[in-house]
Design a protein around this ligand. Structure first.
Ligand SMILES: [Zn+2]
Length: 469
């Protein structure tokens, strides 16, 4: 009985897989772009456990312009109006003038600048598929679903007939068939976000023409499934699954079944040979039960080597974030029913993973990450982000306080999958207290009295939420 599990990432999530591959078998990983093998004098390498790839090779493969200045050892990648600047030995990149911290510094090997693959995937908007058997990374641009059926070829008798397509609940979809069936490489498409499988030389036992739709109502990860006989020449079955953002899946193929289990991207197992049992996430009830002492985490964003956004007054975002956090600390230290913990109290850079682990290990009752925004000069206002349903109430309270303190435009409460508020399990919010790129906002953000107000209102919001007198 043949059984294998393969995995696919819809977003560039982790690229450290090479580490084990490279060390164990000395296999040189191959890099493909849109199915085409990319060749370069410099192969992908592992640096500090992160995979780095030749930026020129990928840029040129995508048709982006890349310029290398040998004096300053700096590369500029231009794609339409997007400009990415990278510098040798530098861990920060400038993406449209915004600082982005990469996993490792830019390296030069055999005359090629090598840049972390994760950065490339995220900034170039590529989907990445890891083929563990062949030790290959496939990068794909977002393509559009072909509208025209595949060109007619010689009539071929289907080698497989689909007998059933069923949603099994629990975000699992099973296609049953007779014969020999093989899917083409799936396409990942946007608007709506969906994954498309074509099965050439495959037909249906009963569905002769047209298409069938399964509306899924009980899954966080998939919304709708449709399948059809996409072409008669040759007979091709198309399966389209509409999915949520940040969704991944594990494909399990067995004799007569093609099964897809959808899950949060972060739950897709690193080792595709390990069977999948996504962790059970217990969402605490909201508001929190009363306690003698609440443990809370305050997370001043960025720090150390990661300065965050720059302001028009030449100060860094990390300075604002820390200053407000320390003012909160002074207030929270006086509280007897709240024990506040800080992801940093100096100019250091705990990684996002460190911050999540810090809060999880403490089993903190709530988590607040402090940031300031950057955008066009006219953009102004404060906003509060949450991601999980259990964080909505906290977001509402904190945002109300933030607006009272900053006295700038109310940009509202928004949902976004920022790592620190997504991967933590307790109620967690991230505030953007104003725009460092706006004259009015920035004056307020670095004003001592305004920072005192923000700290005091946030602490008041925490007490209100926790129902602490
Ligand atoms: Zn920030």
């Amino acid at each position: 009985m043949k059984r294998f599990v393969s995995m696919l990432l819809f977003m560039s999530l982790f690229f450290t897989m090479f580490a084990t591959v490279g060390q164990a078998a000395e296999v040189v990983p191959k890099l493909f772009l849109n199915g085409k093998l990319l060749t370069s004098a410099a192969n992908p390498q592992i640096i500090d456990k992160f995979t780095v790839v030749p930026v020129r090779t990928i840029s040129e493969g995508l048709g982006y312009q890349i310029q290398w200045d040998n004096t300053s050892k700096a590369a500029t990648v231009t794609h339409g109006t997007n400009v990415i600047k990278l510098k040798y030995n530098d861990k920060t990149a400038l993406v449209n003038d915004k600082t982005v911290l990469m996993d490792t510094s830019v390296a030069i090997i055999k005359g090629n600048a090598l840049v972390p693959l994760r950065f490339i995937g995220e900034q170039f908007g590529l989907d990445v598929e890891w083929n563990n058997t062949a030790k290959e990374v496939h990068m794909y641009e977002h393509l559009s679903e072909p509208v025209d059926p595949i060109e007619p070829a010689e009539p071929v008798v289907p080698t497989a007939l689909v007998t059933d397509v069923a949603y099994n609940g629990d975000s699992t979809l099973t296609m049953s068939y007779e014969g020999t069936m093989k899917a083409n490489k799936p396409l990942l498409l946007d608007n709506p976000k969906r994954v498309v499988f074509d099965f050439p030389n495959t037909g249906f036992i009963t569905l002769v023409n047209g298409q069938a739709v399964i509306d899924v109502t009980d899954s966080t990860y998939l919304q709708k499934v449709r399948y059809s006989l996409f072409s008669n020449t040759p007979s091709t079955v198309r399966l389209v699954i509409e999915i949520s953002n940040d969704t991944g899946y594990v494909l399990t193929e067995d004799v007569g079944t093609f099964q897809l289990k959808f899950m949060a991207l972060t739950d897709v197992p690193v080792d595709p040979t390990i069977p999948v049992e996504p962790p059970v996430v217990v969402i605490p009830t909201d508001p929190p039960p009363s306690k003698d002492v609440f443990n809370i985490v305050i997370d001043p964003g960025h720090g150390g080597t990661d300065p965050g956004a720059s302001s028009i007054t030449n100060k860094w975002e990390k300075e604002f974030n820390l200053s407000v956090a320390l003012k909160m600390k002074a207030l929270l230290d006086k509280e007897t029913k709240i024990k506040a913990h800080f992801t940093r109290t100096g100019d250091t850079y705990p990684s996002l993973d460190d911050r999540v682990k810090f809060a999880e290990n403490l089993k903190a009752d709530l988590f607040i990450s402090i940031h300031a925004n950057k955008g066009p000069a006219t953009a102004t206002g404060a906003e509060t982000y949450y991601y999980k349903d259990n964080s909505k109430a906290l977001a509402a309270v904190i945002h109300k306080r933030l607006i009272a303190a900053t006295k700038i435009k109310d940009r509202g409460v928004k949902k976004e999958a920022y790592k620190v508020i997504k991967q933590t399990t307790m109620p967690a919010v991230l505030i953007e207290a104003g725009f460092l790129s706006n004259t009015n906002d920035v004056k307020m953000l670095y004003d001592d009295a305004a920072q005192n107000r923000i700290a005091a209102e946030l602490v008041a919001g925490i007490k209100e939420y926790l129902k602490v007198k």
